[in-house]
Design a protein around this ligand. Structure first.
Ligand SMILES: [Zn+2]
Length: 82
């Protein structure tokens, strides 16, 4: 039997946190809504998946509530240790 390919309904954007200045807030790549990690009200976005590696956050998948696109946050572990 042939395996059906999964069709992606919405585009996934990847944001590298190491390339973001300031407090980690960034505009949604699609609609421009400012998504702030400090905003825990879930009004602007919802976290759909978190990936943890060695007890540290490695990746975060979230959905923009305004346009519905999926945004993948990476770069949590890329900061050089000081
Ligand atoms: Zn959006």
């Amino acid at each position: 039997m042939m395996k059906k390919e999964t069709v992606r309904k919405s585009m996934t954007y990847t944001i590298d946190l190491t390339k973001i200045d300031g407090d980690g807030a960034f505009p949604c790549p699609k609609c421009g809504t400012i998504i702030s990690p400090d905003d825990e009200s879930e009004e602007t976005y919802q976290i759909v998946e978190t990936k943890v590696k060695d007890d540290e956050l490695a990746e975060l998948m979230l959905t923009c509530n305004k346009c519905g696109c999926t945004i993948k946050l990476t770069g949590f572990l890329s900061q050089p240790e000081s």
